[in-house]
Design a protein around this ligand. Sequence first.
Ligand code: GUN
Ligand code: FE
Length: 452
Amino acid sequence: MKNYARVFRGTAFTSKSPTEVHILKEHLFCISEDGLIEKVVAPENPEYQTILQTYQDNLQCLKDGQYFLPGFVDLHVHAPQWAQSGTALDIPLYDWLNTYTFPLESKFSDLGFAKKVYQDVVSTLLANGTTTALYFATVHKEASLLLAKICAEKGQRGLVGKVVMDNPDQTSEIYRDADTQTALKDTEEFILAVNELAQSTKQGIYPVVTPRFIPSCTDDALKGLGELAAKYDTYVQSHCSESDWEHGYVQDRFQKNDAFALHDFGLLRDKSVMAHCNFLNDDDADLFAETGTAVSHCPISNSYFANSVIPIGYLHSKGVAIGLGSDISGGFSPSIYDNARQAVISSRMLEDGVDTSLPAEERGVPNSRITINEAFYFASAGGGESLSLAIGRLEENYAWDVQIIDTTVATAKLPIYDEKEDLHDVFQKIMYLVRPENICEVWVQGEKVHSQ
Ligand code: GUN
Ligand code: FE
């Protein structure tokens, strides 16, 4: 028998396919020293009892009413904006950026302030079951590096970008890169520093090339960032075709949609993740599928800023990789559960439509609904696929990134009254009703990073 670092026993939910959930009842999960699921053993397997006995000193068994879920992946979060979460949601995107968001982000030149906010946001995301997060920091190189260090220390798998905004026409003088050359030089130094930090980090920390969005960047910056992404084979993130205004701005500037404009600058790659993407047309979607670019679906934020509901099921059916993003603070919630719930709700409203002055058959977009199983898939396995990382599934050779859910917590008890309740129903109750109190432990790459 192999030497495992630790063995866990319990019932787990993991995606079998985008629409089906696999229930692993009372299975053993054998974890290697480097934090991978080395073996999954079913109770009927002859090795089951032997492993239980051999590892009795290093065994964690779930109690009744507790379940394993894969850790969630947040594919789009602005760490500095945690400081204004839940506020400032009253005006359209362009005004929101200039009135609230750029002034807030400018304060992150102060490393003391950055440290306070970044420590809180990383801990809060972990407590909400988010084991991997793709972060926008700010334009400040040092503060962005601090965010990467905080992820490393707290054990979260963090992918972090120093934001680039060098276009004087679309940014304010209080908050932009000094000039294009400085933006590119800072980005390159940031990539090297994060790669260095990653060497001593078990769970992985990754630098991300981060043009904020086309409006805030000059052509030279976009081109230089595409070249840096290719030179260092990094992740890329940006906002893409988010709102009427933003989509229209790019059309005016380039006479094409964001997707093709970003592609011209080398920014659509297998490791690219684009937030929102509400206004993708079929050609844009095909380009995403061909280049391996993923969509970060931010359903709560979209309700405020995207002027539309994205046909997420349709994009997925066209072969585009999809995960969920909180988009703090365009989305107010740090919870991927809340975003999974909103993803289902928004898709139902898209399917049925909202304007009752129209006849029912003209009101909505047929076949738009997604199920909670699909939303779970986007929150976990889909997020992992979007990042090309072996995360988001409780399967052999995947990282041991898990949330242990306790459905019996007194202050947040789930309505489960029958010990033999169908586990598919238990799963749905978890997805719709879990609160942070129910997330009693969180593990990343075989290390415990949060407990109640
Ligand atoms: N577009 C450019 N920056 C942002 C941002 O911070 N949030 C959202 N939702 N959209 C953006
Ligand atoms: Fe965003």
